[in-house]
Unconditional design. Structure first.
Length: 281
């Protein structure tokens, strides 16, 4: 077993361990840094956690005793985007570095979900109640009691529901109908899964199938019983011509989703894979 295989196994186990915690005990920053360790084997997470602590401490000195949520948001925005210089990377949106929290903290640039992670981690340290919002095509945060929607990708701009609908349509077109439920809060497991889905899509589009497979393995660490995750892993194994593994993953999918719409197609794929493997022996 190679060192890289050992490292990937360690990362998977660590992420699985984090995701088994109760939701309120999951550290989003820690989970994001574990994901980053899949690409940066020598990554030391501790300095990045301390950096988030220090950033929150700076803001805390400015909002002590503050009761107006808009003023607290303004102070977070001032610190993060004006003083620290964090910004959304629209020019190189699909650069994988935008998805790794260590790189986002070092380079001060990211995509909506990683900038939202920084925002949420600072808010959590301030005991300021913010939650993630998994709007399709764009990730936001909001104050759950006052329903204040905040976009860390655009310097912490406060959005209306109409703004959110417009942003979703800009990204996805009109193929997805907007629903108010898209603005509901999502938990930390959802956020971690979405980070992984983003990364997997980036690597898949770049035809970096082994890297995409590494991310698929992490997704399974989060949702080990998910038939869809096993099916997606099978697709990547097919790209890598690892037919036995692909057949096993598709068999898992069928066993746990026997009534799936594509069940017949999957059975045919498994049969074809077995014929291919028989010819290779």
């Amino acid at each position: 077993m190679t060192d890289s295989t050992n490292q990937q196994g360690h990362v998977q186990n660590r992420l699985a361990e984090l995701m088994r915690r109760p939701e309120e005990q999951i550290s989003l920053a820690e989970a994001a840094l574990v994901i980053a360790a899949s690409a940066y084997p020598n990554l030391d997470a501790a300095p990045y956690i301390r950096r988030l602590d220090a950033m929150a401490e700076t803001v805390a000195g400015r909002v002590s005793g503050e009761t107006d949520p808009f003023r607290t948001i303004a102070q977070i925005n001032q610190f993060l985007f004006q003083e620290e210089g964090f910004f959304g990377n629209s020019q190189e949106y699909y650069d994988p570095r935008n998805s790794f929290l260590n790189e986002v903290l070092d380079r001060k640039v990211g995509i909506p979900i990683t900038l939202a992670t920084v925002y949420l981690e600072i808010a959590e340290r301030l005991r300021f109640p913010l939650v993630g919002v998994g709007l399709p095509g764009h990730f936001l945060v909001k104050h759950p009691y006052f329903q204040i929607l905040i976009d860390p990708f655009t310097q912490g701009r406060i959005l209306t529901e109409a703004d959110c609908q417009q942003r979703m349509e800009q990204v996805l077109g009109e193929s997805v109908e907007f629903h108010q439920s898209f603005l509901d809060a999502v938990g930390k497991r959802h956020i971690v899964t979405r980070m992984l889905n983003n990364l997997r899509a980036i690597y898949l589009n770049a035809r970096q199938y082994q890297k995409a497979l590494d991310i698929a393995d992490l997704a399974l660490a989060v949702q080990p019983e998910s038939p869809d995750e096993h099916k997606q892993r099978a697709a990547l194994l097919l790209h890598l011509r690892r037919y036995s593994g692909a057949a096993a993953e598709l068999s898992f999918y069928l066993e746990h989703s026997p009534e799936a719409d594509d069940a017949d197609e999957v059975r045919e794929t498994i049969a074809n894979l077995r014929r291919t493997m028989a010819q290779m022996n």
